[in-house]
Design a protein around this ligand. Sequence first.
Ligand code: PMT
Length: 328
Amino acid sequence: MDAANGLEAPQQILETEVKAFFDSAPPLQNCNEINEKLKEFIERNSFPSGNGKARRVVCVTSGGTTAPLEQRCVRYIDNFSSGHRGATSTEYFLKAGYAVIYLYRRGSFQPFCRSLPDDPLLECFEPTNESDIQVREAHSEAVKRAIVEHHAAVADGLLLKLPFRTIFEYLQMLQMIAISMRSLGPCAMFYLAAAVSDYYVPWKDMVEHKIQSGSPLLDVQLVQVPKMLSILRKKWAPQAFCVSFKLETDTNILLNKADAALEKYDMHAVVANELLTRKEEVVVVTNADKITARRDKSQSGADVEDPLIKLISEKHSTFIEDSNRSFK
Ligand code: PMT
């Protein structure tokens, strides 16, 4: 323990790594514009909602980050995530009365658009004559729902969407969001469903131009991405409710890994999911219990995110009550 600032050595090492990561990252484009949008969004949602209680705001992260191999990027290492979990969860958070900052991978699933076909523009619409276009009957319900519900959320100032592609963009934006949400105290939540790169090439070590394919061996040094979860908890948003995810393909290790993440990163909850069954059931792991949320198979179109978000929002309510009590 360093008596001067009360930090333990591993925490200091992590902070040095985090600083090195941000110092070497290429500057975020549209940084000022993003800050303005965040400021306006948080201000708008800092007033009590219809029920007289403070509005809760959740940052949902969604989709996979990329780790570029070249500065003028042609090739990159990607992380598996379609964005379905984040997009679906966003819909249920909005239904539960939250305002949502949706930090998502460009091109991944979007809230309210899950039931649209892959190429909605070409598949949902058809020309009636040279100047008119109509929605195909088969897709009319899905298109109407997507447009009406999405527009309502955006018009009411309850949904802010911010896209990322690279690990650099993701972590810089997560930090900006966390800092801007500080004023919300315990009403803020982080729901970290994005699949975040574990390794990356630091910007300064990256070749500028496209790697040439002449050599039979590609020799690239990857450096570990510092886990930002504990920095988020301790530094960026110490009063917020934090939920992270644990994805494994081996169910035998899943719950132990979730337990370890809960403790190591001091999360309030870890959602444990297995790759093949992730749309059927998840386990919400907290210090108090492990609760399984299952999709209601008897209902067509039911989502596992329905019981999951109910459970998470109940846990968030208890957290807010406890935090308010300890401030009295
Ligand atoms: O998008 P879908 O196709 O619907 O799939 C959803 C999902 C399976 C991707 C999602 O439910 C999920 O589990 N997301 C987290 C996947 C993941 O990256 O797990 P992990 O064990 O590598 O990371 C655990 C946590 O640490 C995550 O919350 C991640 O945001 C965070 N992390 C990871 C690496 C890193 N360098 N820094 C981090 O903060």
